[in-house]
Design a protein around this ligand. Structure first.
Ligand code: PMP
Length: 362
C-alpha cells in the first residue's frame, strides 16, 4: 500500500503513536470502565488527565508561573472577538488596538477587533514581516496584535532575530495557532498567546490561551461569562464543560512531544524539514515561492507552479503517490505543504522526490 503523507493545513496530521494509544484506550480508559468521552469533567479521572495536560504544556513551553493556561472552545477566530472583549474593560472609550498585518489571519483579526475598538494597522505586508523599527505604533494603544505564523501566506516571525522585541508598556498579543510547539518561545514577552489546537496540538475544538495574570479581570461587561478569561482561569477551564476528549488527545500529544525531546527537538526537525523543501523549490525553475527568505514559514510552505495550467495534473500525481491535501488555500491559489510536528522528514522527502519528478516531466 502507498504510504500516506497528509499535508493539510489543519485539521492536520497527528502522531500515529497518539492515535494508536487513543484507539487502545477508547473503550476503557486505564481500567475505569469508561471512555474519556463518557467521564464527568469534574471526576478524578478526567481531572488527572486535565492536570497532566496543563502541566506538560507548561513544561514544554516553559510558561512562567505568573501566566495561566486556559483550555477553551471556539477556535482561533473566536479569540479575535474574545481578546478585545477581555482586555478592553479598563480602557477608555475609543481605545485603539494596533495590528501588524502579515496575511489573512492577522487581517481577519483586525477586522473583528474593529467591532470593539479603533484599529490601527501599524505595518502591513503579506510576503514578509516588516522590520519592527518601521512599525507605526499608537501611543497608549490597548495592545498590539500579531499572527506570528500566517498559515495561508506562509509568513513566520523570525524569533531568532528577536522579532517581536518586547516594547515598553505595550501588551503583545500573538496568534500562534499554526506554529505553537514547533519552536522555542519566550512567553514572558507576551501578554496573551492563543492557538487553535488543530495543527500542532490535537483535534479541532480546543483553543489554548496563555495569559499573564495581571491581564485577567479586565473584561467588558458584555463579555459572555463562559468566555471571560478570569472566570475560566478561576475555574481551571471548567466554568463550563470543556472539550474533554480534545483535551485528552492534546495531553497525549504533549506526552509524545516530551518523549521525542520536547520543543527544542521539534525546532531542530522543523528547520531540517523546511530546508529540505525550500531548497528543492529554490533549485528548480519549475516552481516559485513568494515569501522573503527570512520570514519563510517552517510550518506552512506555499508554492506555485510557474505554469499554473499544470496545477490539476500536479495534484492528481501527488494524490496517486499518497501525498495528500497539497492544494493551496482558495484565497491565494497554488499549492501549500503544511509540515507540522507530526510530519516525518520521510514525508517531506517523498514530496521533494515528487516535485523533482514532476518538474522533469515538462
Ligand atoms: N489563526 C490562524 C493562524 C489559523 O491558521 C487559523 C485556522 N487555520 C485560525 C486563526 C482560525 O482558527 P479556527 O478556524 O479554529 O477559528
Amino acid at each position: 500500500m502507498t504510504h500516506i503523507y497528509n499535508f493539510s493545513a489543519g485539521p492536520a496530521v497527528l502522531p500515529k503513536e497518539v492515535l494508536a494509544q487513543a484507539a487502545a484506550e477508547m473503550l476503557d480508559w486505564h481500567g475505569s470502565g469508561m471512555s474519556v468521552m463518557e467521564m464527568s469533567h469534574r471526576g478524578p479521572e478526567f481531572m488527572s488527565i486535565y492536570k497532566a495536560a496543563e502541566r506538560d504544556l507548561r513544561e514544554l513551553l516553559a510558561v512562567p508561573d505568573n501566566y495561566k493556561i486556559l483550555f477553551m472552545q471556539g477556535g482561533g477566530l473566536s479569540q479575535n472577538a474574545l481578546i478585545p472583549l477581555n482586555l478592553l474593560g479598563h480602557k477608555p472609550e475609543g481605545a485603539t488596538i494596533d495590528f501588524i498585518h502579515t496575511g489573512s489571519w492577522s487581517g481577519k483579526s483586525s477586522k473583528e477587533a474593529a467591532r470593539y475598538a479603533k484599529v490601527n494597522i501599524a505595518a502591513s505586508s503579506t510576503t514578509s514581516v516588516p522590520p519592527q523599527s518601521e512599525w507605526k505604533l499608537t501611543p497608549g494603544a490597548a495592545y498590539l496584535h500579531m499572527c506570528t505564523n500566517e498559515t495561508i501566506d506562509g509568513v513566520e516571525y523570525d524569533f531568532d532575530a528577536g522579532v517581536p522585541a518586547a516594547v515598553d508598556g505595550v501588551t503583545l498579543v500573538a496568534d500562534m495557532s499554526s506554529h505553537i510547539l514547533s519552536r522555542r518561545i519566550d512567553v514572558s514577552k507576551y501578554g496573551v498567546i492563543f492557538a487553535g489546537a488543530q495543527k500542532n496540538i490535537g483535534p479541532a475544538g480546543v483553543t489554548i490561551v496563555i495569559i499573564r495574570d495581571d491581564l485577567l479581570g479586565k473584561a467588558l461587561p458584555i463579555c459572555p461569562s463562559a468566555f471571560d478569561f478570569k472566570l475560566v482561569a478561576d475555574n481551571e477551564s471548567m466554568y463550563n464543560t470543556p472539550p474533554t476528549y480534545g483535551i485528552y488527545i492534546a495531553g497525549l500529544v504533549f506526552q509524545w512531544l516530551k518523549q521525542q525531546g520536547g520543543v527544542a527537538e521539534m525546532e531542530r526537525r522543523a528547520i531540517a524539514k523546511a530546508q529540505l523543501l525550500y531548497n528543492a523549490l529554490d533549485a528548480s525553475d519549475f516552481y516559485e515561492t513568494r515569501v522573503a527568505p527570512a520570514n519563510r514559514s517552517r510550518m506552512n510552505v506555499p508554492f506555485y507552479l510557474k505554469d499554473e495550467s499544470r496545477n490539476e495534473a500536479f495534484l492528481a500525481g501527488a494524490k496517486a503517490r499518497g501525498l495528500l491535501q497539497l492544494k493551496g488555500h482558495k484565497s491565494v491559489g497554488g499549492m501549500r505543504a503544511s509540515i507540522y510536528n507530526a510530519m516525518p522528514i520521510e514525508g517531506v522527502q517523498a514530496l521533494v522526490d515528487y516535485l523533482n519528478e514532476f518538474a522533469g516531466q515538462k
